[in-house]
Ligand binder design. Structure first.
Ligand code: AMP
Length: 191
């Protein structure tokens, strides 16, 4: 399997591009944000525990998130790989992911980071908030909090994979199509 982390701050375009990668390469797409939102909508126990963190733009605690992720990985059986979208977001999550994959004789082949300036991120998220129905896209302070947390807690994950020589940085500004082409160029070298 080829296992790829699509990385970047909120609004970088991870979700949009991960869906395209899923379809182009027959990968399992794991979006931890989508799994949380599904659980919130269906009022599950997990959804109830995660909801207040998400609505404030904070990270859901690692123990809850890692346990959920472990369950999702098991669905990859008939796929060519996994595209991780929104996970890992802390160093502890990156370590847990390495361990979980290691247990299955798998590993992360690449972290691809979508590079986008903060002003563009905020603009994109405010625009998305008009139609997404997401509470965390509706309030500019929550958006700012999410971007801030990216820099204080999440960006360090990049260094983790850089050390393993698995980091690829891709310009995340341009048309959706152009960015897909840039990503495909990287992924085609990995598979
Ligand atoms: P996303 O859809 O990736 O923007 O995630 C939406 C929200 O879900 C985030 O702002 C967090 O509150 C929560 N979330 C998603 N993935 C994670 C994660 N890996 N660790 C902690 N919280 C997460």
């Amino acid at each position: 399997m080829t296992n790829i982390i699509l990385f970047g701050p909120p609004g970088a375009g991870k979700g949009t591009q991960a869906e395209r990668i899923r379809d182009n390469y027959n990968f399992l797409h794991i979006s931890t944000g989508d799994v949380f939102r599904y659980n919130i909508k269906n009022e599950t126990e997990l959804g109830k525990r995660a909801k207040s963190f998400i609505n404030r733009g904070e990270l859901v605690p690692d123990d809850i998130t890692i346990k959920m992720l472990a369950g999702e990985i098991e669905k990859a059986d008939d796929k060519n790989g996994i595209i991780f979208d929104g996970f890992p977001r802390t160093k502890a999550q990156a370590d847990a992911l390495d361990d979980l994959l290691n247990e299955q004789n798998e590993k992360i082949d690449a972290l691809i980071s979508l590079e986008v300036d903060d002003e563009i991120l905020t603009e994109r998220l405010i625009e998305r908030g008009k139609t997404s129905g997401r509470k965390d896209d509706a309030d500019e302070n929550v958006i700012k909090n999410r971007i801030q947390i990216y820099y204080t807690e999440t960006e360090i994950v990049k260094a983790h994979y850089k050390q393993q020589k698995n980091l690829h940085e891709v310009d995340g500004v341009g048309s959706i199509e152009d960015i897909t082409k840039r990503l495909n160029n990287v992924i085609d070298q990995l598979i």
